[in-house]
Design a protein around this ligand. Structure first.
Ligand SMILES: NC(=O)c1ccc[n+]([C@@H]2O[C@H](COP(=O)([O-])OP(=O)(O)OC[C@H]3O[C@@H](n4cnc5c(N)ncnc54)[C@H](OP(=O)(O)O)[C@@H]3O)[C@@H](O)[C@H]2O)c1
Length: 337
């Protein structure tokens, strides 16, 4: 078979020096991004090339600010000229930018338009290597806007003929997650847990395993052109996960599975409250499809990573989580906060 232009371009990419070291990390201030920063610093022994992390609010990214080789900058990455300047001269780009909530226009801007601008910036500057984090279940015909726009973003980068690796994680757990930690805190405060989509299935994966997969993929030429499904060793329902968070934090409450219509009403109310909603109607739509490995793509094992069990990380971490929340409520009630 004669290789097409895409194949030729992919084959021509080679890591510079012994490894990829001058890296642009988009979304590096987030939950996964912070773990990726740690892994990249670990990988270089703290004396590798620069890892540039643009952010809208760098002052909020204290955890990575002090790490050696991490260069945090305030920048608007949606501005194509700025993005192109940031991409120029890199060995590789890692893209973790995403938003779980927002209008159709915002999801398009973040999940589709940004990858399109990134692809153009890469082609204009001759930077070929991109590792892109998508989401398990991303598909053009998926039931939620989040998953559909994630699929469109992947397609944009694939069509650009870059030396691309895509990773698709299931829900990600870790010390700083906004998922199990929140369910633990809620159970410390409330006597029951009314839960929409209680039967939705997930295969949770540890944030450090995802971060290791990103860094390993970056270093491995044979990951180019592949999509990896990043999942943990076991499948759980949402109700299982909520119960585990309650048990490990010492506040297990009865889970009351809400019928679909009531769940939707609950999600709609949460969308109206200030701050990030715990659950939106679009999240409920995402949960219509099981968030588990399809078996059609390689997993973490193909990158030499043995997935970590959720209880080994989260049981010790969640012990006592929620106590502070409860004490704060009591303090406020007593007028002492
Ligand atoms: N967490 C999970 O359970 C999970 C599951 C599956 C897939 N994923 C995927 O993993 C990746 C990382 O997720 P995460 O949990 O680390 O996300 P996160 O904590 O919400 O971080 C998102 C990052 O993206 C940046 N960002 C968000 N909205 C932006 C916007 N409108 N313009 C520019 N930058 C924006 C933020 O940067 P600043 O605020 O500093 O500008 C932040 O660094 C995403 O692609 C996500 O879809 C996550």
């Amino acid at each position: 078979m004669t290789p097409g232009p895409k194949r030729l371009r992919e084959a021509s990419w080679q890591p510079q020096r012994t490894g990829v070291s001058n890296i642009l990390l988009l979304g590096g201030t987030g939950f996964v991004g912070r773990a990726v920063c740690d892994k990249l610093v670990e990988r270089s022994g703290g004396s590798g090339g620069p890892v540039t992390v643009p952010s809208r609010q760098p002052q909020r990214a204290k955890a990575i600010q002090l790490l050696p080789t991490i260069q945090l900058h305030k920048a608007d990455i949606h501005d194509e000229a700025t993005l192109t300047r940031l991409v120029a001269g890199r060995d590789a780009v890692i893209n973790l930018v995403a938003t779980l909530h927002g209008s159709e226009a915002e999801l398009q801007r973040v999940h589709v338009e940004l990858p399109r601008k990134l692809a153009r910036a890469c082609l204009a500057t001759g930077v070929r290597r991109v590792v892109h984090v998508s989401a398990l279940g991303a598909a053009e015909g998926a039931p939620s806007r989040y998953l559909r726009t994630k699929a469109q973003g992947e397609a944009v980068l694939r069509d650009a003929g870059l030396a691309l690796t895509v990773l698709r994680p299931s829900v990600i757990f870790g010390a700083e997650d906004r998922f199990l930690n929140l369910f633990a805190k809620l159970q410390a405060l409330f006597p029951v847990m009314p839960l929409a989509c209680a039967d939705a299935r997930f295969q949770p994966v540890w944030v450090n395993d995802v971060a290791q997969a990103i860094v390993t993929a970056l270093d491995r030429h044979d990951s180019i052109g592949h999509t990896y499904e990043c999942v943990g060793p076991r499948v759980y329902t949402l109700a299982d996960l909520v119960r585990m968070a309650g048990r490990w934090s010492g506040h297990e409450r009865p889970v009351v599975a809400l019928p679909a219509a009531l769940g939707r009403l609950q999600a709609m109310l949460m969308e109206w409250l200030p701050g990030e909603p715990l659950m939106s109607r679009d999240n409920m739509d995402s949960m219509q499809v099981a968030n588990v490995a399809s078996g059609a793509a390689p997993g973490l094992e193909a990158l030499g990573i043995a997935p970590t069990a959720i209880q080994s990380v989260m049981a010790p971490w969640l012990a006592g989580v929620g106590e502070a929340t409860r004490l704060d409520v009591w303090r406020r009630g007593a007028g002492r906060a």
